[in-house]
Each structure stands twice: as structure tokens, then as C-alpha cells.
Design a protein. Structure first.
Length: 250
């Protein structure tokens, strides 16, 4: 397994190990308690913890199996989605505890997500694919209102929006430029795409991917030559590759 994917899976597994340690501690307390009520209460607590640990273990195992086999199945995806939703914040917390760079964890999560989406081997015609681009890609002095309609872009070449517009036309897919997560969710709700190619920073991408577990999202990280949120850039080859993959299904 590649290093970037290993980090995220490793942190999830570490979280699981910490939980097992807590269970063991609780069990130790049970065996050293004399009061019957304390014992009963602790047994109940341990049973609940074991139940959740078992779900997490199955979820992590499902993710590892999907990555190893480069193939997914509906039940594995469902369990992995549940575990992702529950353990993602915990994995970030554990990463912080062990001084692992947050950006690296988010990149690892996005890499795992992209790999799993690619492992589905499902194809979407152009009209069902949406390119979701952040507003910060637009040249900051451009007067055209592309968040209302990306067609307002005059393709002057000062930013990548023009090239994204051309790419969307080439594949016959939708292009939406949004100013934040709320509008991104609204665009998806309105247009109901089958799959999304999302361009954003690590934080917005990982949150967006978590927000819409039912829709396959291929994430492409933006480039920030002038710092975050202004005149950002994107590798067009990676966007092209993502759309092409969704079109062809691998
Ligand atoms: S490419 Fe489009 S969005 Fe970018 S600066 Fe030119 S007109 Fe504006």
C-alpha cells in the first residue's frame, strides 16, 4: 500500500488500538471490583465498547481489502462510509496527539477516497459528471460573475476557469464555480450529478467528500502559488484525467 494511503489507514488502526486498550482497562477494573452493581455497569459499558470496536474493525478491514483488491462492493462501501464518518475526526485528533501534520492526514484521506472511487469501475456519461471548482481559482481582478454562471467567463487566459470551461464543453459535463461548502452542496442538490470532480484545498475537499458519501467524488487539490483562497491554480492534466476516468470507468 502506498505511503499516503498507509498514513490514514494507520491512524484509523491506531484509534482502534487505543479503544482496545480502554476496553482492557475497563475489564481490569471489573475484575477488581467487589460491588455487584459496579460490575454490572462496567460489563454493560464494555459490551457497548466492544460492539463499536467490532464495527470499526470491520470498517477498517473493508477499506484495506478494497484497497488491496482495487475493487469495491456495496456492503464494504457502506461499512467503510460509516467508519469514515465516525472515526475521521478521531483520526485527526489522534494525529494531533502524535504530532502528525494535519495537511498530510487530509491528503492521505483524499488519496484513499480517490483510490476507492477509482476501484468502483463505474462509468458516467459526460452529462452526469459535474466539475466543482472554487471561486478562488478565478483571477482576482476579473469582473465577470462566473459563480452565477461559468458561461460568463470570456476565456481570456488569465486563470484556469477558461480552460475548465473548455474541458467541460469537450466532455459535455457541467461546470459550477462555488464560493464555499454551502453553495457546493446546493449545486449538487440542484443538479443531481452522478459523479463529481471537485477541485479545492485539503480541508474543503475532505469535508466535501464526507458531506456527500452517496456520490463518488474524485478530489483534485488546488495549487496555491499566492497563498490560500486567492488566485489559486490547478493542474489541468489531473482534472482531465479524473473526468476521463469517470467517463470510461477505469
Ligand atoms: S479566464 Fe475567465 S474567469 Fe479567468 S480572468 Fe479570464 S474571463 Fe475571468
Amino acid at each position: 500500500m502506498e505511503a499516503r494511503k498507509r498514513l490514514y489507514i494507520g491512524l484509523l488502526s491506531l484509534t482502534l488500538l487505543l479503544m482496545v486498550a480502554i476496553i482492557w482497562l475497563a475489564w481490569y477494573l471489573v475484575s477488581n471490583q467487589n460491588a455487584l452493581l459496579n460490575k454490572v455497569l462496567l460489563v454493560i459499558l464494555v459490551s457497548i465498547a466492544i460492539f463499536f470496536a467490532a464495527i470499526f474493525a470491520v470498517g477498517i478491514l473493508a477499506m484495506v481489502i478494497m484497497i488491496m483488491r482495487s475493487r469495491t462492493s456495496p456492503w464494504q462501501e457502506s461499512v467503510a462510509n460509516i467508519v469514515n464518518g465516525w472515526l475521521f475526526p478521531v483520526a485527526l485528533l489522534v494525529g494531533k496527539l502524535f504530532r502528525v501534520n494535519r495537511t498530510s492526514i487530509l491528503q492521505s484521506f483524499i488519496a484513499v477516497n480517490n483510490y476507492l472511487v477509482r476501484s468502483k469501475h463505474v462509468s458516467f456519461p459526460g452529462q452526469q459528471v459535474m466539475i466543482l471548482a472554487p471561486h478562488c481559482l478565478q483571477y482576482s481582478k476579473c469582473p465577470h460573475k462566473i459563480t452565477i454562471d461559468a458561461e460568463n467567463c470570456k476565456e481570456c487566459g488569465k486563470c484556469k476557469i477558461g480552460e475548465l470551461k473548455q474541458l467541460a464543453a469537450q466532455y459535455d459535463c457541467k461546470l459550477r464555480v462555488v464560493t464555499g461548502g454551502t453553495l457546493a452542496r446546493k449545486a449538487i442538490k440542484d443538479q443531481r450529478p452522478g459523479a463529481v470532480v471537485a477541485i479545492a484545498c485539503e480541508r474543503d475537499l475532505s469535508l466535501g467528500i464526507q458531506d456527500i458519501p452517496a456520490i463518488p467524488v474524485l478530489g483534485v487539490l488546488n495549487l496555491r502559488p499566492y497563498g490560500p483562497c486567492m488566485n489559486t491554480d490547478v493542474d489541468m492534466n489531473r482534472v482531465d484525467n479524473a473526468i476521463h476516468f469517470l467517463n470510461q470507468g477505469g
